[in-house]
Design a protein around this ligand. Structure first.
Ligand code: BES
Ligand code: MN
Ligand code: ZN
Length: 491
């Protein structure tokens, strides 16, 4: 699919379908729209009237143009209130257009949307992202795809000039999002700690990143007792992955991204019961998948920032070797943990990963994890929780996420709740009371960070979508690759 920006007057364009964006309650035809209406024998005004199209966000209508018009179809898309226009409005509008175009078997598409903030490059990139991400279809596990692929061959975005760089950037970012989606969607018998590490190795090789993978004995030598405690019951070896992107000049900043990478979470001996979500726990490496996705994009975008990508990959299983509820583990910073629930395994793996990240002497650490069901209860499926020890870092993540159209909500790091994690026998327990479960999880992680500015993203909800929504199709979303990439690029 060839996406391009253009300055050719859209009225002269010919192709299968043209998509016109309208603001809410601004569907009266003026200027060039009147000309188009005349050229098409009143088809545009008829479509707007017949569909009772008012330009509401998310609304759309399509019709065929009769006669021998150089345009076959007209699509109108609602962009919502003009005052609320953001890049994400266009990203979502483009996704709507792309899905309609697929249904209508459109091969050549023209898009006429407003330019946001006079920024033609960002406008183009947002539209391109909406198209690419909404059309992505994962047929790897079907012998015969039931959903016919899109026929879209060319997309012309009007009024933005030639934007090959912006399109290329969008394609690169989307390749990272799609990698994350495919890793999350792959079942645990396809993506396990070993194949997950092989994927990291492929990315490192293809995009020139440094990589070291610590094997079990090396993790033992580093005293990673928390990570290894979780890994014990698996028949597959744990893999501690560390990839580094090094810019050619002196880095402006050094960052670390740490992703929870449980390729399957059975709960361990505190086994998840049927209906508790065990069936979808292949997605418990969503944080790690987004970390690899971000690595793939960042390695190609080449910012002046050093970035470390860390994934402590394993699966949480049951066997005679499994850690017992009540076991005491010692993490690599020497802290002891009473495992009062083996299903709170993500924080155990992250404990050693965070200690490792801080030893790299970075300026900031962000971890992302499908950490708690409690965070889903608090914020629902679409919003990630955000905890931070540093206001500036939290603001950076917020800004990056708003441009990406990915949602985060700042949550409290309520020190007092750490009382719920006090253990009579060890330094801490790994789980506290049910109430505020996502907050105590964040407080647990905080024990493994000394002073480096740190943010924790609980992405348990948004990495997976039950149904098609926005740029996401049902299933893995690739959240929050775009936020991570923006954060690094803005650093
Ligand atoms: N991976 C789960 C959290 C999760 C739940 C992710 C639902 C995605 C969807 C995590 O390891 C877990 O099991 N958390 C427990 C913690 C509890 C034992 C304190 C939970 O949320 O129930
Ligand atoms: Mn668990
Ligand atoms: Zn888990």
């Amino acid at each position: 699919m060839d996406i391009r920006g253009t300055d050719t007057p859209w009225l002269d364009w010919s192709g299968d379908a043209i998509a016109l964006g309208f603001f809410e309650n601004e569907t009266a035809l003026t200027g060039e729209l009147t000309q188009l209406d005349e050229k098409t024998g009143g088809t545009l005004s008829e479509l707007i009237a017949e569909a009772e199209f008012e330009g509401k966000a998310g609304s759309s209508a399509v019709t065929r143009i009769g006669g021998n018009s150089p345009l076959r179809k007209l699509i109108v898309v609602g962009l919502g209130k003009a005052d609320d226009l953001t890049l994400n409005t266009l990203r979502l509008g483009a996704a709507t257009v792309a899905r309609l175009g697929k249904k209508e078997k459109v091969k050549s598409l023209g898009i006429k949307f407003p330019v946001v903030n006079n920024d033609a490059a960002a406008t183009t990139a947002a539209i391109a992202e909406g198209i690419i991400l909404s059309l992505h279809q994962d047929n790897r596990f079907k012998s015969e795809p039931e959903d016919k692929p899109s026929k879209l061959e060319t997309v012309d975005i009007f009024g933005v000039g030639e934007q090959s760089e912006a399109v290329k950037q969008a394609q690169t970012v989307c390749s990272g999002v799609i990698l994350a989606r495919e890793l999350v969607a792959a079942p645990a018998n396809a993506i396990n700690p070993v194949t997950f590490a092989e994927t990291a190795q492929e990315i490192a090789r293809d995009y020139n990143l440094a990589i070291e993978i610590l094997e079990q004995d090396q993790c033992e030598a580093r005293g990673m007792g928390a990570f290894l405690g979780v890994a014990k019951a698996s028949d597959l070896p744990p893999k501690f992955i560390h990839m580094t992107y090094q810019p050619s000049g002196t880095p402006k900043r050094k960052l670390a991204i740490v992703g929870k990478s449980l390729t399957f979470d059975s709960g361990g001996l505190n086994l998840k019961v049927s209906g508790s979500g065990i069936e979808t726990m292949k997605m418990d490496m969503g944080g790690g998948a987004a970390t690899l996705g971000a690595a793939k994009a960042i390695a190609q975008l080449k910012p002046d920032v050093e970035v470390h990508f860390i994934c402590a990959a394993t699966e949480n299983m049951i066997s005679g070797k499994a850690m017992h509820p009540g076991d005491i583990l010692t993490a690599s910073n020497g802290k002891t943990i009473e495992v009062n629930n083996t299903d709170a395994e993500g924080r155990l793996t992250l404990a050693d990963a965070l200690v490792f990240a801080e030893q790299l002497d970075v300026d900031a650490i962000v971890d992302l994890a499908t950490l708690t069901g409690a965070c889903i209860v608090a914020l629902g499926d679409n919003i990630s929780g955000l905890w931070s020890t540093n206001e500036t870092l939290a603001a950076e993540i917020k800004t990056a996420s708003e441009a990406a159209g990915e949602k985060f909500w700042a949550m409290p790091m309520e020190e007092k709740y750490f009382e719920g994690l006090k253990s009579p026998i060890a330094d801490m327990k790994n789980t506290g009371p049910r109430a505020g479960g996502s907050i105590t999880a964040a407080l647990f992680l905080k024990q493994f960070i000394k002073e480096t500015p740190w943010a924790h993203l609980d992405v348990a909800g948004p990495v997976w979508a039950d149904k098609e929504q926005g740029v996401n199709n049902a299933g893995a979303t690739g959240f929050p690759v775009r936020t991570l990439v923006n954060w690094v690029l803005n650093s």
